[in-house]
Design a binder for this molecule. Sequence first.
Ligand code: SF4
Length: 681
Amino acid sequence: MSEVDTHCPYCALQCGTRLSDEDGVVTVAPTDFPVNQGGLCQKGWTAPTLLSAPDRLRHPLVRGEEVDWDTALDFVATELRRISDVHGPDGIGVFGGGGLTNEKAYLLGKFARLAVGTSQIDYNGRFCMSSAAAAGTAAFGVDRGLPFPVTDLGRADVVMLAGANVSETMPPFVKHLDRADLIVVDPRRSPTAARAALHLQPAPGTDLALALGLLHIAIVDGRCDEDYVRDRTTGFADARRLAMTWWPERVELVTGVPVATQRAAVTMLADARRAYVLTGRGAEQHSKGADTVSAFINLALALGIPGRLGSGFGCLTGQGNGQGGREHGQKADQLPGYRMITDPAAREHVARVWGVSPDSLPGPGRSAYELLDALGTESGPKALLVFGSNPVVSAPHAARITDRLSALDLLVVADLVPSETARRADVVLPVTQWAEEEGTMTNLEGRVLRRKRLRMPPAGVRSDLEILHGLAVRLGAPAAGYPTAPREVFEELRHASAGGKADYSGITYERLDAGEALHWPCPRPDHPGTPRLFLDRFAHPDGRARFVPVDHRDAAELPGPDYPYHATTGRVLAHYQSGAQTRRVDELNEAAPEPFVEVHPDTAARSGLRDRELAVVSSVRGSTVARVRLVATLRQDTVFLPFHFPGAGRANLITNTALDPRSRMPEFKVCAVRLEPLAES
Ligand code: SF4
């Protein structure tokens, strides 16, 4: 029997697991790792099923034909060279993922910018964490989802969760909230909201007005921490001025949250000795998501919460390596170490590590949706390489993006199963998965973790690093610049990140394997890492946090006569993101087998819908089909759909592509829809 201690393949909690392989049968058990303390959710318990998925990809495919690896990589390289010769290097796009290990994310960024020479690289984390990142950087000078360990929450008196349904997305996290009174902001009475001491149920797209209103009450009721505001922040006057225009009755009118409930939330937060404010995708995935997070940060700053031992502000990262994935250069505007690609000093540092001229580094390029939307157009990429992403299901206005993918000269997808995107690819490259590979991941609290191999991958499968090496060499890049051993890539990443905001230079595989808990920044081999940021100073040059003045604005699309309801989307317990993995696990499919739409009974009656029958949910962009679930606790003006399902049940067939001007995040969380029963055929 072989055993290995590693981490769950799914979300950013990265629960600790022990995998055992006895005669080819793999079992999993939780370890006493701090974030999960012996717990796992049903996704984690069933993860070994992925290793024997019946449709696991085991051979490269070129236009549907099984070929050997040399044939596949030669074909891709030849096509990339041809397209680059005709259209220039920006004729090639690269699309990464927030589930890739740090090593893969790093090498993918280097491959795109050096071996291909394209500026056109972004990743699906743009759909996930970009609003939180923009707001966190603006306020605190650095973006680390949680600037404190998850276990700190265990001593909290009050925790506000704005747009986060942790009872379903990361159940073991909830045990850290046992002691706290919860304030949950969510248009749905989600399982998390159901256990809250206080549930604020704003209309979708109005969280920003709500956060402004809470700050208004804190100011007027004299609940702000004036010493903290004076000593540790700048910019309060402008934020205060805007909040003063959001008096409670106006906020109630816009959000639907009663004045008394607003006051109760402020009182709970201000009275707590230890308080935390945490945001999730519900607050962030809007065309004003960054401003919404800024508004919650402003509230937290006014109450003196961030950067205090026992209290704090954070954003709950979603994807498995959603934190590390945004630090190492697969984002359109970033270089490794969380450096901005427009910063001359950052370019110079990374160019030196890579042995090239800073002038040769292309970028910034298009953000994720803009990149996908430009595919196959006159000025857009003609080829796309996709690693660890399934945009046919996960991108907004999914039918449009599917059309754009079809317009490409060349679509290459590296994946472990035939995802909906892989099925449309000209070339499919089968890759290793979590229990078959080594590497590092960075969890939602900025702790770097070792992913360890339990068993060798099936014959015919290669790692993403081997694929990048094979393509880079064929494109004329030096082989030594694209190591295939994760440890070697990590050594280079350490140098590339040195001196950056996310400084990994003091972290080594040896230290991680010895069990050290290392949170970045960790700038020296003898540095203990930084589990808690901001206790003495924030990361701006003057050490102060910034209030960012923001004002409310409407969602990009409001209900009207033709589309009278808000639709909002989210996740369910049994599935993870686009479902490419979890829909292949029988137990999870039995728990959540098909798309559904939650509808208030009165809304259903008005629309002619009946419980358990099929409905067509339509926005101006398209329609999706889902089974009706009557939910009496939902707002009457709102329906909810999970986004994990493929085909005609894709929730993203209806979602809005309006982008946040600060983060380029699409407005996944609200669009206007109408409801109809599915006509019998
Ligand atoms: Fe833990 Fe997330 Fe895996 Fe569930 S999906 S076991 S919460 S890491």
